[in-house]
Design a protein around this ligand. Structure first.
Ligand SMILES: Cc1cc2nc3c(=O)[nH]c(=O)nc-3n(C[C@H](O)[C@H](O)[C@H](O)COP(=O)(O)OP(=O)(O)OC[C@H]3O[C@@H](n4cnc5c(N)ncnc54)[C@H](O)[C@@H]3O)c2cc1C
Length: 298
């Protein structure tokens, strides 16, 4: 399995319990994006929420209890050797009868002062995950594409007011733009560059920007949601024949198998993923059962 985020860890619980020898190759943090999430409030079974790190450690312990092995290394390529898939890494190579790619995706950053400092403490990239923390609060949304428009509309369920900062002009669909522009709780600021996220006592207080004439602007806020795009972790597939969609996410069939037979994909890296831990875990379990079927049918 490539990656050791929630999707691969969940898959590993299933494959190891089926006595399928399972190795997870992880290049950075065991638990993936979930491990660096402060509070996960929407994962079923934890009525008071759970810290992302705790959830990751529980998933890791459960997978290891059944015999999953986790290796810290980075996968650089996959080759189709017929019955055996060859997984190349920085440190060597692995040979496997089946492979699960669960390498997730990363949120694009705007790279301004304060963004990293207040990450998870007022700076967010996922409205479904963190929107509910902003009941009756003021928010800034950065971005002008479809996802920024959709997520801003979703955030109006919680926030009392939202300022949307768009560097140039909308790149969203007309229907969404119309809905936003007539929404009483949203103000759109086009041609505004976001320059800094400012806070006090571990809490975001305002966003600083500049309009096209160079005039400085200030937007007092309780939080900032950045929606400037996502990139899937699929660069290492460039030399393979595994088909990707136009945004670089992995295409799969109904069995979560990619266009390379015996190679499966699950979680945030998969085309059509919903970018949630519960979905990533569910897809990991499905992929594991489909891998078992594939191995039995060989
Ligand atoms: C700030 C933040 C808050 C979030 N809050 C929530 C929330 O409250 N609720 C919720 O449901 N979801 C939340 N999410 C989304 C959730 O974290 C993801 O949907 C989930 O982690 C996806 O799991 P995954 O296993 O598919 O991918 P990931 O968690 O991204 O794991 C993929 C792993 O693969 C590794 N990897 C990548 N490339 C390679 C390679 N070439 N070789 C080896 N390893 C590699 C990565 O290092 C990573 O550890 C949040 C995300 C963020 C960023």
């Amino acid at each position: 399995m490539i990656g050791a985020g929630p999707s691969a860890l969940a898959a590993a619980v299933y494959t190891t319990r089926e006595n399928i020898e399972t190795v997870l190759i992880e290049k950075s943090v065991i638990g993936g994006l979930a491990a660096i999430t402060d509070l996960v409030d929407n994962y079923p079974g934890f009525e008071k929420g759970i810290s992302g790190l705790d959830l990751s450690q529980k998933l890791q312990a459960q997978a290891e209890r059944f015999g999953a092995k986790i290796e810290l290394d980075e996968v650089t390529a996959i080759e189709d050797g017929g019955d055996e898939k060859i997984v190349k890494t920085l440190e060597g190579e692995y040979r496997a009868k089946a492979v699960l790619i669960a390498t997730g995706s990363d949120y694009k950053k705007i790279n301004v002062p304060g963004e990293e400092e207040y990450y998870g403490k007022g700076v967010h990239y996922c409205a479904t995950c963190d929107g509910a923390f902003y009941n009756d609060k003021k928010l800034v949304v950065v971005g002008g594409g479809n996802s920024a428009a959709q997520e801003a509309l979703f955030l109006t369920r919680f926030a009392s007011h939202i300022d949307i900062l768009i560097r140039s002009d909308w790149k969203a669909s007309d229907v969404l733009i119309e809905e936003i522009e007539k929404h009483g709780a949203i103000t759109v600021h086009k041609g505004v560059a976001t320059n800094e996220i400012v806070g006090e006592n571990n809490q975001v207080t305002k966003v600083l920007g500049k309009d096209k004439s160079g005039q400085s602007l200030e937007f007092p806020t309780d939080g900032v949601f950045v929606f400037v795009g996502l990139y899937p972790n699929t660069k290492f597939l460039n030399s393979s024949n595994i088909e990707l969609d136009d945004r670089g996410f992995i295409k799969t069939d109904a069995n979560l198998m990619t266009t390379m037979p015996g190679v499966f994909a699950s979680g945030d890296v998969r085309s059509g993923a919903t970018m949630q831990i519960a979905s990533a875990v569910g897809e990991g379990a499905t992929a594991a059962l489909k891998i078992r079927q594939y191995l039995e049918g060989r």
